[in-house]
Ligand binder design. Structure first.
Ligand SMILES: *Cc1c(COP(=O)(O)O)cnc(C)c1O
Length: 437
């Protein structure tokens, strides 16, 4: 599929041939002031709401109204085991066994709970390796875990940075840092997809090397889950955590997810923070104070579950499952990426530089675009895009992030975005950096 043209007819033909095109109708795309749908390219930040989310949530409100507290145990949608309805579809999305996946809490909370179990520092092996541009919440969580165990981030935090003048991490630099700190490394905590640049890290290789040096490995999958295919079990990752309001469309503050590898789920020697939702379902309501862990990752659960949030998430996972899962979505995503690459090159040219890796295995659907003209006002260009109906985000200091999401963004969305972007750059007098003419 390399016979793209800059003509909108190409976009329309791609949409006609797109086997997933109808799924756009399963979502409500936020409107512009004139009522037309926005060109919604911020699914990397907050996914669009599934049309059926309201039904799923209303069902639970009605069950609450009709059954009251009885809703915990009555019917197919009983709230006590409600999270189990999400386990199988979520396990498919992250490439795991159902016993390895649970939907619970929120992302940063899950990172903390899992670090309680998988960061076991000793005087000789106490370091955590992260990346220099880690999402602030991840950085804070890791730093506070180090302090909590009586260590000092000055000695125990290892930060891998892109090389000077580069934006993305070189996998070989991650690998050599793991090797260099090997004996003192307790944990490698990295993103699956970096939130700013959209770079995919080689999770399997990182996991293998971390284990070779005797460290554990956990991934933050906030920007990976629902975006790229994952195989956490086969990659032998120790643990992972993610949120579901980005590519999994669960709504603001939606419930998070967690993975613990099968070889750890029933390991009673792991340190763990406990709550009543982690103890065996058969005896939970006997209210005994002897903790009998569920022999799956569910033993990490603390509290009874946020059903309304889970209902919204379930409506989205049902759409993703119906569409054929992440591999099917990714096939369309790769075509959308190739098409947007083509249009950026053909229409926008050197006025904008993408700092996202170009090789397909090293990127998801999100682009980080930087305006190269040093005299351009990037923030006002972002404002003009928003005013023209392109929902995208601005990340300090100079990057516009756009993410065509295969579930609901069309090829014509991509074409309209590039057309509007071109006009705005032209009107603003933006020139390529080091402009030759
Ligand atoms: C979105 C995101 C978060 C947000 O964390 P919450 O606990 O859900 O508020 C954290 N880390 C990364 C890498 C993210 O992309």
């Amino acid at each position: 599929m390399t016979n793209f043209t800059v003509n909108v007819e190409t976009a329309r033909a791609l949409d006609r041939d797109d086997p997933l095109a109808a799924y756009r109708g399963s979502f409500r795309i936020p409107p512009m002031k004139n009522g037309e749908p926005q060109i919604y390219l911020v699914g990397n930040s907050l996914g669009a709401v599934p049309v059926k989310a309201a039904d799923y949530v209303t069902t639970e409100l009605d069950r609450w109204a009709n059954l009251g507290v009885g809703g915990h145990f009555e019917g197919e949608l009983a709230w006590e085991p409600y999270h189990e309805l999400l386990t199988q579809p979520m396990a498919a999305i992250v490439g795991a066994e159902p016993s390895e996946v649970v939907v619970m809490n929120s992302l940063t909370v899950n990172l903390h709970l899992l670090m309680v179990s998988f960061y076991s520092p000793t005087p000789t092996r106490h370091k955590i390796l992260i990346e220099g541009h880690a999402f602030p919440s991840d950085h804070f969580a890791v730093e506070s875990q180090i302090r909590q165990r009586g260590f000092d981030p000055v000695e125990s935090l290892v930060v891998v940075e892109p090389r000077v003048g580069e934006e993305t991490l070189r996998p070989e630099d991650i690998m050599s840092a793991i090797a260099e700190h090997g004996d003192s490394l307790a944990l490698v905590m990295l993103p699956g997809v970096q939130y700013y640049t959209g770079q995919v890290l080689p999770m399997q290789e990182i996991s293998a090397l971390a284990h070779d040096v005797g460290a554990r490995v956990g991934f933050d999958l906030a920007h990976a889950v629902g975006n790229i295919p994952l195989a956490l079990h086969d990659w032998d990752v120790d643990f992972a955590a993610w949120c579901t309001y980005k590519y999994l469309n669960s709504g603001p503050g939606g419930v998070g997810g967690a993975f613990v590898h099968q070889r750890h789920v029933d390991d009673q020697s792991l340190s763990k923070f406990l709550g009543w939702w982690g103890t065996r379902k058969e005896t939970r309501f006997e209210m005994a104070t002897v903790f009998e862990p569920i022999p799956t990752v569910e033993s990490w659960q603390l509290s009874n579950a946020p059903i309304l949030s889970m209902a919204a998430l379930r409506s989205s996972l049902d759409v993703i499952t119906d569409a054929g899962g992440v591999r099917v979505l990714r096939a369309k995503s790769e075509l959308q990426i190739a098409y947007l690459d083509y249009l950026l090159d053909a229409v926008i040219g050197e006025r904008v530089e993408s700092i996202t890796p170009t090789a397909m295995p090293e990127r998801g659907c999100q682009y980080a675009l930087r305006i190269t003209d040093p005299s351009a006002n990037g923030k006002s260009i972002h404002g003009a895009l928003e005013a023209a109906g392109v929902a995208c985000d601005w990340r300090h200091p100079a990057v516009i992030r756009v993410a065509p999401v295969p579930l609901y963004n069309s090829f014509e969305d991509i074409h309209r975005f590039v057309t509007i972007f071109d006009e705005i750059l032209t009107n603003a007098g933006v020139r390529p950096s080091g402009a030759r003419g």
